[in-house]
Design a protein around this ligand. Structure first.
Ligand code: SAM
Length: 205
């Protein structure tokens, strides 16, 4: 099996004040955004939980390297948190207004995070997504996002995603087919549930 479950590193303790301030500001911006704009595919993760997991992973021997990408980055908060804890961070998001908002958020906090407007479904995988079923929100078009970032999908050491329930299996499949050996997939599944999986060996295309 190319994907194996990995224990999440345990992280306790207080969230630093500057991170709490960042998260309060991000929550406020998201509340305003959701009143102003219609983006039904966007639902925020548990950001405090994401911070704790990312903090545990940064500098952990579990990591193959420091390149992070948020698949479907929404308002960009998790990609920003990844940058705060020391990852070289990027996000890919299909909704242009969310990409704009995420870029503004990162810029105002002077976080070097790159956001690409497009699909995280790697080129050549669109048919697999379509063939695998009908999904709530996963888009398959605009597949130049990796070019915009100057990266290949298999460059990233850690991918984060908050898939809709019906997109969980196909998200894992896309990671399994396109990530590099040793890369980690961190997914959020609502409430306080995070899951970490590693790609263990090269998969057949
Ligand atoms: C459940 S939201 C999670 C947002 C963000 N990751 C967070 O945790 O706050 C899923 C996001 O994925 C985006 N999305 C869905 N399919 C996508 C695709 N193929 N490429 C890029 N973004 C996609 C949606 O527009 C939405 O913003």
């Amino acid at each position: 099996m190319p994907l194996v479950n990995v224990h999440l590193p345990a992280v306790d303790g207080e969230i630093p004040d500057d991170v709490s301030r960042f998260l309060r500001d991000a929550d406020r911006r998201i509340d305003e955004y959701q009143i102003r704009c219609r983006a039904p595919a966007f639902v925020p993760s548990n950001y405090e939980g994401a911070y704790r997991v990312l903090q545990g992973l940064a500098d952990s021997p579990l990591m193959r390297g420091t390149l992070f990408c948020e698949w479907g980055s929404g308002y960009g908060v998790v990609a920003c948190l990844a940058s705060i804890v020391g990852f070289e961070s990027a996000g890919i998001e299909a909704e242009g207004e969310l990409v704009y908002a995420a870029r503004q958020l990162a810029e105002e906090y002077e976080l070097p995070v790159e956001f690409a407007h497009g699909s995280f479904v790697p080129p050549g995988n669109e048919d697999r997504v379509v063939a695998a079923g009908e999904y709530a929100w996963m888009t398959t078009d605009s597949d130049y996002a990796y070019d915009e970032l100057g990266m290949e999908p298999n460059d990233f050491d850690l991918i984060y995603a908050y898939p809709w329930p019906d997109e969980e299996a196909v998200t894992a499949k896309l990671f399994e087919r396109n990530a590099g050996p040793g890369a980690l997939l961190l997914t959020f599944h609502g409430s306080t549930e995070f899951r970490l999986r590693r790609k263990t060996k090269k998969s057949k295309k």
